[in-house]
Design a protein around this ligand. Structure first.
Ligand code: G3P
Ligand code: CA
Length: 261
């Protein structure tokens, strides 16, 4: 049911390979056996859901470009692997060169019905993104009641509005609310209980987390999956404090910290 010791491969195995590429997802799934692949979704000018953290392509391709102004054909010409070799020469691999930006359909085509933790990124920039996302997931059979009840397809967002939209489209969809540092602490129990009517988990920044906050979230009924938990010492501390899982660039380390290997 994926409710404890949950290992979410943040942008794939992005501690070892260029984020949001097949090389990164392959490693997280085949070598590290992460429970989920984490995907950040954006939408092209021609309405394709692609997987990319930023709203622009510059950081990982080295070329300027705003995704909402680019077609899929333009996006597909970019190399988003080479930057990694330059930035992390100690981790460089020849096969990272020429990795391309995947569409959501590319990912599903390669990995099939594995578990996906999908973030609607900058939903205010992409009107209709939630509808298109649901359409693609449905087309590939990823919205079966069984999958949703087992938390195998999950949508996450910093935008409560986006989560509400998804909830209206697919009432059984498991949802996680991401929060920046300080936000969760400022929310009242009443507000959180209202959100818990359709949101099963919270994703606070690790910078915001301690045992009392985790306990409060559990008492309100939420599971707690912080981001981004990369250092073994932090893993040890937050596991002892009661987290249910986490987003990590190092799925191997988190599995070890959970005593899963
Ligand atoms: O989705 C969890 C975490 O990834 C949120 O931060 O900026 O890495 O998408 P970000
Ligand atoms: Ca994310």
């Amino acid at each position: 049911m994926l409710t404890n010791n949950v290992v979410i491969a943040h942008r794939g195995a992005s501690g070892y390979a260029p984020e949001h590429t097949f090389s990164s997802y392959d490693m997280s799934q085949f070598d590290m056996k992460a429970d989920y692949i984490e995907l950040d979704v954006q939408m092209t000018l021609d309405g394709e859901i692609i997987i990319m953290h930023d709203e622009t392509v510059e950081r990982t391709s080295g070329l300027p470009g705003v995704i909402k102004e680019m077609t899929l054909k333009e996006i597909k010409q970019l190399d988003v692997g080479s930057w990694y070799n330059k930035q992390f020469p100690e981790l460089q691999r020849d096969y990272f060169i020429g990795q391309t930006i995947p569409t959501l359909e590319d990912v599903i085509g390669r990995y099939g019905a594995v578990n996906y933790y999908i973030e609607t990124k900058a939903p205010e920039v992409y009107p209709g993104m939630e509808e298109r996302l649901v359409e693609v997931l449905d087309k590939h059979g990823l919205l079966s009641l069984e999958r949703l009840q087992n938390n195998q397809t999950v949508i996450q967002s910093f935008s409560l509005e986006s989560l509400i939209k998804v909830h209206h489209l697919v009432p059984a969809m498991p949802l996680l609310l991401l929060t920046k540092k300080g936000v969760l602490r400022q929310m009242t129990d009443d507000a959180l209980l209202k959100i818990h009517e359709f949101v099963y988990a919270v994703g606070p920044s690790i910078k915001d987390l301690d045992a009392p906050l985790i306990k409060r979230m559990h008492q309100l009924g939420f599971l707690v999956f912080p981001y981004t938990l990369n250092e073994p010492e932090d893993m040890k501390q937050l596991i002892a404090a009661g987290i249910d899982g986490a987003f990590t660039n190092y799925a191997d380390r988190l599995r070890t910290a959970f005593n899963m290997d």
